[in-house]
Design a protein around this ligand. Structure first.
Ligand code: GDP
Length: 462
């Protein structure tokens, strides 16, 4: 079977089982999927769902044999866009496979999993349905939690400092003609906001992660609204009605109209969370990007700190996230002999973040995975040594077999080479296309360790 048909299979199964499976008493698990832009959220959600619907490649999901069916259902959130599973799956698995559009905003999808119960009472209890509500949202939005305690002046100082550190000269140039104490004019506000957003984009390209406001990078449905039309300014004694005063007001509006509602309505209702991290990309960019990644993971863990988010929980009835999975994505870029090292690097980042975030809450775990395996492996003799390679087709159509060089076996030895880089030049060209596949009936798309991820995230609840 060609995997392009999997989406149809899922819908057919849902139709066949009909309403019998929708019961208000059925348990629900809200699974958050986040990570910074291009970390792999869209591909992860698509592959997770496809591999739960067709479980042939999920031996590590222990409840697998007890599952009778997994199928999509209408989601309960009427006001949130639906995750476009069918289009994404068709992109990944159609006749000319390509990567889908990445996550730009929040979306949700309900997957219902009907399974027979295990254990001593198995014969007495009938099948049970667990609704897994998957909530996919940009990791950039989480970093905005750090804005809540800041006022506009404090945030401006911090934001300008970060831009300077990342050499974002464009916004400094835009500021030269700005007059914070002049009367507020919308075209001027827009000019500065656009220049600031462009500077954030450039800093992101250069390897910076911790950039705020998160909606400037991924505006979602708020694009162009006044709450997103402000920018940091140097300190001034600005009078009422001035640009600086209006920016300060809009900064507060951003916090109250954008940041708080997101945390209250979405984030605070999540039960379990997966945080996807493109460790390989940060490694490729060098030591500074790795430090930034460490900061970003620390900030993300702070957001999940139950003490800190207590005010949110009190609004929604005390739900708590009890498991967080950190996943290093795109592990198919490496020969499997290197996967344990990739995992060890992420493990080290998460451990350091836990210490610094003063985190005592959910159980955390790390895994190196590929949501969609785009390569195959081979070994070759090079200069008398066996080298593990990955083979695939690059985005430009060239078929290649590459070895990106060895990751250090001890992450404590992650120190930069002579040019401040860890991986050799091959790495820059490693953007593989998804490979065309023909699957046996019952098999989901090829992956690496998605079954381990699913086991940790939902296995015990099935
Ligand atoms: P998002 O912005 O977090 O939603 O990221 P996407 O899911 O759109 O992934 C961003 C890009 O990463 C994709 O376009 C692919 O190029 C690459 N990618 C994501 N997952 C995988 C994977 O499992 N294997 C490989 N080789 N590339 C991946």
């Amino acid at each position: 079977m060609v995997i392009g048909r999997l989406a149809e299979t899922a819908l057919d199964a849902a139709g066949a089982l009909g309403h019998a499976v929708t019961d208000v008493f059925d348990p629900t698990l809200r699974l958050g999927v986040t990570g910074l832009s291009r970390a792999g959220k869209t591909v992860f959600v698509t592959s997770l769902v496809a591999n739960l619907v067709d479980r042939g490649r999920m031996p590590g999901l222990h409840a697998g044999p007890r599952i009778e069916a997994a199928f999509l259902q209408p989601q309960p959130d009427d006001a949130v866009p639906r995750f476009d599973y069918e289009t994404n799956l068709a992109a990944l698995t159609g006749a000319a496979p390509h990567w889908p559009e990445g996550t730009r905003s929040i979306s949700t999808l309900r997957l219902s999993v009907r399974s027979r119960q295990g254990g001593m009472l198995a014969g007495l209890r009938g099948a049970r349905t667990l609704h897994v509500d998957i909530v996919d949202y940009p990791g950039e939005w989480l970093l905005d939690l750090a804005l809540l305690p800041l006022d506009y002046e404090a945030w401006s100082a911090r934001a300008l400092g970060r831009l300077t550190a990342w050499g974002a000269g464009g916004y400094r140039a835009a500021l030269e003609t700005a007059r914070p104490d002049a009367p507020m004019e919308e075209p001027e506000a827009r000019r500065l906001a656009v220049a600031y957003a462009a500077a954030l984009g450039a800093a992101r390209e250069a390897g910076a992660f911790d950039l705020t406001p998160g909606r400037f990078l991924l505006p979602g449905e708020m694009e162009g609204s006044p709450a997103l039309t402000f920018a940091p300014l140097p300190p001034s004694e600005a009078p009422r009605g001035s640009l600086a005063r209006e920016f300060a007001r809009r900064f507060e509006a951003y916090k109250s109209r954008v940041v708080r509602p997101f945390f209250r309505e979405h984030f605070a209702r999540i039960d379990r969370q997966v945080v996807l991290v493109d460790v390989l990309e940060a490694l490729r960019r060098g030591p500074r990007a790795m430090e930034e990644l460490q900061e970003a993971v620390t900030d993300i863990l702070r957001a999940f700190n139950p003490g800190r988010t207590g005010w949110l929980l009190s609004l929604v009835g005390g739900r708590r996230i009890d498991r967080i999975l950190f996943a290093a994505t795109k592990a198919d870029h490496l020969h499997h002999a290197q996967h344990a090292r990739l995992e060890a690097i992420l493990e080290r980042i998460v451990r350091a973040a836990r210490d610094r975030a003063d985190f005592a809450g959910a159980e955390t775990r790390t895994v190196a995975l590929a949501a969609l395996r785009a390569t195959t492996e081979e070994e070759r003799e090079v200069g008398g040594e066996r080298v593990g390679l990955v083979r695939g087709t690059l985005e430009d159509g060239r078929a290649v077999a590459l070895s990106p060089g060895d990751l250090p076996d001890d992450p404590a030895r992650l120190v930069p080479g002579p040019e401040g880089r860890w991986l050799d030049g091959d790495y820059d060209v490693m953007r593989f296309r998804p490979a065309p596949h023909t699957l046996r009936r019952g098999d989901g798309p090829p992956h690496i360790r998605m079954d381990r991820a699913a086991e940790f995230l939902i296995g015990d609840r099935l």
